[in-house]
Design a protein around this ligand. Structure first.
Ligand code: ATP
Ligand code: MG
Length: 410
């Protein structure tokens, strides 16, 4: 019979890879908890409207990449990202009443209908942080620190932080007008996506990956506008303060004026962290400030800033980690005795197994050396004297001890 295969753009995460995933998850819990963040888990599907309003209906994510389906005449969507869901939960649970800042972190699968390639899947995982309630740039600095220190704790170096300020809706409007004016003569030469962006979301023009468009945006008169300092005094003050904090904290960053990010909701600070060890999909982290999103989704006016990281991309940078072995494998030809000792060990929190098929002693020992750190040998002598022989399977050292000493030894 024909076998059914995993869907294009999705992957099994197999037991052999699980050490890396546990490492990423445990480190997230440890690092983010250190900043006072609490974990939140929101549903994997939400009302489609949440993403249309939250992510923005001029974005690629909403226009092309959503897995949307209908159930009982309701339009539902598998979450393509988690900020919108976390903001919905923040509003619905009245979290604005908690004392600010409210710091939340999450991890879990996201779904985007994209062209699968290295570092780009249709179901992938993100770990992220959202900090609510602080408008000062100290929050921006702290959120960037959280990201940088998480990546450091994963042992990742060779990363670069890119930073930009998108200003506020007011100063951005002036910039958009200037940008549109200088690009207008080239409008017919732009890719179809950019032609649509030109009217709907001109900032996103700068994000285009098409070479012909990039060449146009590299023209001196267009660069002059892009590289100009368009942001208003207040936004510039916020940005300068953030840069000063990062300088004081020795966080290296570079300013990238082309950094506009794919989502509509950002204002002021946006940032990305890139790895120099990944191919073309080299962004491991994207984030920014989104001061109007909570209000736009019907909540109280609440400033916020956050980031999300792609866990598959992190995993490929971390590389492989040795699989965790079972602590003890009980080698014994009397299944009842084997099961008793194994259960006793498990009840004290020591992972243990025995040979369910009751093979010959040597076979059991062979199996033990493959899967466990210690072989606990219960031969006839040991059973008669109520002792256990402990064999360290790495060093081959072996010792016969009482049950009590056994626990000390493990
Ligand atoms: P890209 O420019 O690579 O498409 P993005 O701007 O769409 O990224 P975000 O929405 O900011 O990405 O998501 C944050 C991070 O999630 C990215 O930096 C990346 O590491 C990861 N990511 C995004 N889309 C995918 C995907 N399809 N497969 C794997 N990881 C992804
Ligand atoms: Mg994308």
């Amino acid at each position: 019979m024909a076998i059914i295969k995993v869907q294009k753009g999705t992957k099994d995460i197999l037991p052999a890879e699980m050490s890396v995933w546990h490492f990423m998850e445990d480190t997230a819990r440890k690092i983010f908890t250190g900043y006072g963040a609490k974990e939140i888990r929101t549903p994997i599907f939400e009302a489609t409207e949440l993403f249309a309003r939250g992510v923005g209906d001029t974005t690629d994510i909403v226009n092309k990449e959503m897995y949307t389906f209908e159930k009982s005449e309701r339009s539902l969507t598998l979450r393509p990202e988690n900020t919108a869901g976390v903001v919905r939960a923040f509003i619905e649970n009245g979290m604005h009443r908690l004392s600010a800042p409210v710091k939340l972190w999450y991890k879990g699968p996201m779904f985007r209908y994209e062209r699968p390639q290295a570092g780009r899947q249709r179901q992938f995982h993100q770990v992220g942080v959202e900090v609510f309630g602080i408008k000062q740039p100290t929050a921006d600095a702290e959120v960037i620190l959280m990201a940088v220190n998480y990546l450091k704790a994963l042992g990742l170096n060779d990363l670069s932080v890119e930073l930009n300020s998108l200003g506020c809706p007011e100063c951005r409007e002036t910039f958009k007008t200037k940008l549109k004016a200088v690009i207008k003569p080239y409008l017919s030469e732009l890719c179809p996506d950019c032609q649509a962006r030109y009217e709907k979301n001109p900032l996103r023009l700068l994000d285009c990956k098409v070479e012909e468009c990039k060449a146009i945006y590299a023209k001196p008169e267009i660069q002059e506008i892009i590289q100009s300092d368009f942001i208003c005094e207040e936004c510039a003050g916020h940005f300068n303060e953030l840069k000063n904090y990062l300088n004081d904290l020795n966080i290296n960053y570079s300013i990238n004026k082309l950094l506009v990010r794919g989502l509509d909701y950002y204002n002021r600070t946006v940032f990305e962290i890139k790895s120099n060890n990944l191919g073309s999909q080299n962004a491991v982290c994207g984030g920014g400030r989104y001061d109007s999103l909570v209000r736009n989704l019907g909540g109280e006016d609440t400033p916020a800033i956050g980031f999300a990281m792609g866990m598959e991309r992190l995993a490929s940078l971390i590389g492989s980690k040795p699989e965790n072995k079972t602590t003890a494998f009980v080698v014994c030809n009397q299944p009842t005795e084997a099961i008793k000792l194994t259960e006793e060990l498990r009840s004290t929190g020591i992972s243990a197994e025995f040979d369910l098929t009751n093979k010959k002693f040597v076979k059991q020992l062979e199996k033990a050396s493959k899967v466990a750190k210690y072989a606990l040998i219960l031969g006839e002598d040991e059973l008669a004297s109520n002792l256990v022989t402990v064999k360290n399977l790495e060093t081959s050292e072996q010792k016969t001890v009482s049950k009590k000493d056994l626990y000390n030894l493990l």
